[in-house]
Each structure stands twice: as structure tokens, then as C-alpha cells.
Write a protein that binds this ligand. Structure first.
Ligand code: NAP
Length: 480
């Protein structure tokens, strides 16, 4: 029998699964533990393949009674408002289940509000376009336009690192597009996802439009892949899992938002102190567990010593500790396996550890490694931990070539005062986004966000996600 401490009991969240408008128990429960303290912070009912099929049934049934755009927009606005009212509670929940420092959790809670607000706008303006038919001889005497139709039931799979806002980036555009969803959030962080579903229900969403399953990933994933009624899978997570799903779902759209080994270039003409400040803030926030956390910094040799001298004190000043404290900058990584893997990658690097490299209690200290080999894991794979590398290069062109030298392509950045450098890098960096004079970790939720190469094949941001979640239907009318 599990014995809970009194402080844990006070905050313990017990959640059922949501299928077809009913909150159900299955007899099996999963415990959600704080990555920092190991305390149980919640219990959720566990689903299997049978519940997954019921969820798809419910979603299919819901879509038989379409919701008008004004109603969808109204629900999305109400969820945004509820997120606004409950910011503190929501941020605390993110911090509890993901071990995310409160500073970062508050930003995520605010961003989710923005994601719902933008989705509401998209719901109201979803429209097709007129086709200029008499532009061709064959089209004379015809009127034609397109409708944007919901693609059908959506299977959504989300990762642990933004347990609220990345779920929002699936649920909100799906509703804006008029699609029902079967959501499988990360097993380590299901509580925020269930809270969002609850808020959508409270905002008036009818039964079956959102269904949430927690349970064994491959069993639930198999149902979403194999059931032909699921027309689109939207997946955010690691590259291996994402491309594996796409390979198995030939008849569906499978939209992938995957990892990165995020590079940033510091040109010799850059404001080195701004670049160092941005790197210190964006390589270690949430212990580097963002898909666009700064990982590889390439500095032109003339600026290298000044950059490193500016960076190290900023990194060493970061507060490492309990994520529930308001002044903590760097907390734990998600679990022990991740911690051991990251420490092993640091040990295996041929570079020089300038700071960090070990543990502070159970937490990996923010680590800077100088001049690792390009084929070290910390240079060519996604670390997903509080580690960044700094490498001296002879030119911006060399930095661009090194930045392009991995299988990833989500976002990259450059600090420079030269328009020529900025524009050359924007053209030559093989990434979905290039950020100039800001960390490549920058994201605002309306942006088209997504990667090329192994980092993905789609763009999120409500406007772009709604486009993916709808299909064009052509209507041609013969004029009398
Ligand atoms: P992950 O291990 O790939 O898990 C992501 C989701 O996939 C989880 O819900 C997981 O379920 C599920 N999953 C795992 N195996 C599955 C299978 N065989 N079939 C169906 N679903 C399966 O990734 P993570 O560790 O949670 O997240 C970190 C990764 O996400 C990093 O690579 C990061 O860069 C990437 N990411 C990308 C973006 C972006 O927008 N591009 C944003 C955030 C994160 P369980 O939790 O139950 O295993």
C-alpha cells in the first residue's frame, strides 16, 4: 500500500480518463512523481487499446454533429480566460509534474493562454478561396471556390517538456479546425493535459470532441496508427519515435515536431555581452530540456576569449535547486536515466569542461564545454540537458557549415551587427527558423514553428496547424 506524506496528500491530484464526455476509471492507476523530490504529485487512471478504440469511436461520433465556428471560437476564448484566471495553479502543476522551475512554468502558462487566443482567431477566419476560373478557356462560364473542411479525427501525442503549451498547440488548433481529438500526453506529465481537457469541457465543449488517454505508449500509439478513422497524427517528441510512427502510417497525414541540437553563431562584430547573456539564459532554462535550448555556440576567433569570459560568470551565477522556488533557474532533468546519459555524454566529450560537468545534489550543474570534436555526442546529437558547447571558428562560413553538420534542422541563431552576415546566415542555415540577435530558443506562439531534416515535416502555430488539420474541397458551379 502506498503511504502519502501530509504535504503530498494536500496537493495530490487524482484524475480519471476522459472518453466521450465521461471521466472513467479502469482499475489500473499510474503514479506521477516529482522529478525533483520523487514525491507522488498525482494519480491517473491508465488506459489500454480498448479505451483507445472507444476514444476514437467517441471522437468520430462527436464530429457527426459539427460545431459552428462561432461556438468553437467562443470555447477557445473561454479556455484562454480560464488559463488567465488560474495562472498560478497551472504554473504550479507544470512545475510539480515536470520539475520545471516556477519562472519557466509561469512563462509556459502564459503562452498557453496566447495559443488558445490565436486559435480562437483562426476558428473565426477559417475560409477557402475564390478560384479565377475565366483565367483559362476551360473555366469560362464557371464559378469556383474552395472550402476548408476538417480533416477528421486527430490523434495527438505530446512530450513531457512543455506539458501544457505543447498540448495546447494540438488541442486548440484542432478545435479551431473543427476536428475531434484523441490525445495521448507523455506518461510523466499527464496532469496538465487533463486539466486542459477539463477547462475545454467547462467552457462548453460537447462530449467526444476531446478524449485523453494515459497508458503504454506503443499500445495506444498502435491504435492511433492502425485505426483508419484517425486521419492525422500530430506528434511532438523525439525523432526516432516520430519518424517510426510516420513510417507505419502510409495513409495518414503524420505531422512531426521533433528534436534539434540547436546552434548559435557569434560573429566577431556581435555585441558579445548581449550574446553571452542570451546564451546563459537559454542554454540552461528548464535544464536544457527544450527542443530549441541553445546547445552549440560557434564564436569567431577574434571574439572567442571575450565571449567565454562574459559567459562563464553568468552561468556560474545561475541558481540550481528546487524547481518550486521562485528564484530557481536550473532544476532537475526529467529522470535518472536522462541524468546518467547526459553525464556520460559530458564525460565522453573530448572538449574541455570550463564549468559544471558534475552534480549539485541530484541536479546536473550548468555545464560549458570548450571545443569538443564535431562527432562528440554533445556536438552532433540532442543533449536535452543543461549543457552547451563553445567552439572557436575562423569565419562565419565555417560556423554555418558546422551548424548545418548534424541531422537536425529546427531553429538556429546568429548574433552579428552586419546585415550581410545576418542575411547570408538566413539563406545558408538549413533550419526551419533562423533567429537574428536573439537566442534561437525564441518562440512566440503565432509563429510558423517547425523543422527540416530529422527535426520534422510541419509547422505549428495555430494559423499553420489549422491549415494542416483541414483539407481543401473544390466547388465548381456552372453559371447559366
Ligand atoms: P518521446 O520519448 O519521443 O515521447 C513523446 C511522446 O511520444 C510521449 O507521449 C511518449 O509516450 C510517446 N511515445 C513514445 N513511444 C511511442 C510509440 N511507440 N508510439 C506512440 N507514442 C509513443 O519524447 P520526450 O522525451 O517526451 O520529449 C523530448 C523530445 O521531444 C526531444 O527530442 C525534444 O526535442 C522533442 N520536442 C520537440 C518539440 C518541437 O516542437 N519540435 C517540442 C518539444 C519537444 P510516453 O511518455 O508514454 O513514453
Amino acid at each position: 500500500m502506498q503511504v502519502y506524506t501530509s504535504s503530498v496528500v494536500a496537493s495530490l491530484t487524482e484524475k480519471r480518463l476522459l472518453i466521450g464526455g465521461e471521466w472513467i476509471e479502469t482499475g489500473a492507476w499510474a503514479e506521477i512523481r516529482s522529478p525533483y523530490s520523487g514525491d507522488v504529485v498525482g494519480r491517473v487512471a491508465k488506459a489500454g487499446a480498448e479505451e483507445a478504440r472507444r476514444a476514437v469511436d467517441a471522437a468520430e461520433k462527436a464530429m457527426q454533429a459539427p460545431l459552428p465556428a462561432h461556438k468553437r471560437a467562443e470555447i477557445l476564448v473561454k479556455v484562454a480566460a480560464a488559463l488567465g484566471r488560474r495562472q498560478d495553479e497551472v504554473a504550479r502543476l507544470i512545475s510539480d509534474e515536470a520539475g520545471k522551475p516556477m519562472k519557466a512554468a509561469r512563462v509556459e502558462a502564459q503562452r498557453a493562454m496566447s495559443t488558445y487566443t490565436f486559435a480562437a482567431v483562426e476558428a473565426r477566419k477559417l475560409a477557402g478561396e475564390m478560384i479565377p476560373m475565366d483565367a483559362a478557356q476551360a473555366g469560362e462560364g464557371k464559378l469556383a471556390f474552395t472550402l476548408r473542411r476538417p480533416i477528421g479525427v486527430i490523434g495527438a501525442i505530446s512530450p513531457f517538456n512543455f506539458p501544457l503549451n505543447l498540448v495546447a498547440h494540438k488541442l486548440a488548433p484542432a478545435l479551431a479546425a473543427g476536428c475531434a481529438v484523441v490525445l495521448k500526453p507523455a506518461s510523466q506529465t499527464p496532469l496538465c493535459a487533463l486539466l486542459l481537457a477539463e477547462l475545454e469541457e467547462e467552457a462548453g465543449l460537447p462530449a467526444g470532441w476531446v478524449n485523453v488517454l494515459i497508458g503504454p505508449a506503443s499500445e495506444l500509439g498502435d491504435v492511433l496508427v492502425e485505426d483508419e478513422r484517425v486521419k492525422l497524427i500530430t506528434f511532438t517528441g523525439s525523432s526516432g519515435v516520430g519518424w517510426g510512427l510516420r513510417g507505419r502510417a502510409a495513409k495518414k497525414r503524420v505531422n512531426l515536431e521533433l528534436g534539434n541540437a540547436t546552434p548559435v553563431i557569434v560573429a566577431a562584430d556581435a555585441d558579445v555581452s548581449v550574446a553571452a547573456t542570451k546564451v546563459a539564459q537559454n542554454a540552461f532554462s528548464f535544464a536544457g530540456q527544450s527542443c530549441i535550448s541553445v546547445q552549440r555556440v560557434y564564436v569567431e576567433r577574434d571574439a572567442y576569449d571575450d565571449f567565454v569570459a562574459a559567459l562563464l560568470p553568468l552561468v556560474e551565477a545561475l541558481n540550481v535547486g528546487d524547481p518550486s522556488e521562485e528564484d530557481t533557474d536550473v532544476g532537475p532533468v526529467i529522470d535518472e536515466d536522462a541524468r546518467e546519459r547526459i553525464l556520460e555524454w559530458i564525460r565522453a566529450s573530448s572538449g574541455e569542461v570550463l564549468t559544471g560537468g558534475g552534480l549539485d545534489g541530484d541536479i546536473i550543474r550548468p555545464t560549458v564545454i570548450a571545443n569538443p570534436a564535431p562527432d562528440d555526442k554533445v556536438s552532433c546529437e540532442e543533449v536535452f540537458g543543461p549543457v552547451c558547447t563553445v567552439t572557436a571558428v575562423e569565419s562565419v562560413d565555417e560556423a554555418i557549415a558546422l551548424a548545418n553538420g548534424t541531422r537536425y534542422g529546427l531553429q538556429a541563431g546568429i548574433f552579428t551587427t552586419s546585415l550581410d552576415n545576418a542575411l547570408r546566415a538566413s539563406q545558408a542555415l538549413e533550419f526551419g527558423g533562423v533567429i537574428v540577435n536573439e537566442a534561437p530558443t525564441f518562440r512566440s506562439d503565432q509563429m510558423p514553428y517547425g523543422g527540416v531534416k530529422d527535426s520534422g515535416n510541419t509547422r505549428e502555430g495555430p494559423h499553420y496547424a489549422v491549415r494542416e488539420m483541414t483539407e481543401e474541397r473544390l466547388v465548381v458551379v456552372d453559371l447559366p
